[in-house]
Design a protein around this ligand. Structure first.
Ligand code: SF4
Length: 89
């Protein structure tokens, strides 16, 4: 490999490393924030605003009136669903 090509590869590597150095901490901060609240993000639990197979948030043991969840962050719909669903006893 010529010195010129090696220099370009090194520059590319350093550029990509710089991007990763910025993006990885941002992802860690976002995850830490969600974990600090003790709740999962909607994306991580595949939350949707509609029921699934007859299961909906208002019938889940984690649902809190009028539109919150004990384990998923943010506002949720009573008609929503996520993969942490547990039927209310
Ligand atoms: S289904 Fe998911 S989002 Fe809805 S109340 Fe249960 S745990 Fe929360």
């Amino acid at each position: 490999m010529s010195d010129e090509k090696r220099d370009i590869s090194r520059r590319k590597f350093l550029k990509l490393s710089g991007c990763a150095a910025i993006l990885v901490p941002a992802a860690i901060i976002a995850t830490d924030r969600a974990m600090a609240q003790g709740k999962a993000s909607k994306d991580s639990v595949k939350y949707q605003d509609s029921p699934k197979d007859g299961q909906k948030c208002k019938d889940c043991q984690f649902f809190t009136e009028p539109n919150a969840c004990q384990v998923v962050e943010g506002e949720i719909s009573p008609e929503g669903w996520c993969n942490l669903y547990v039927k209310k006893q």
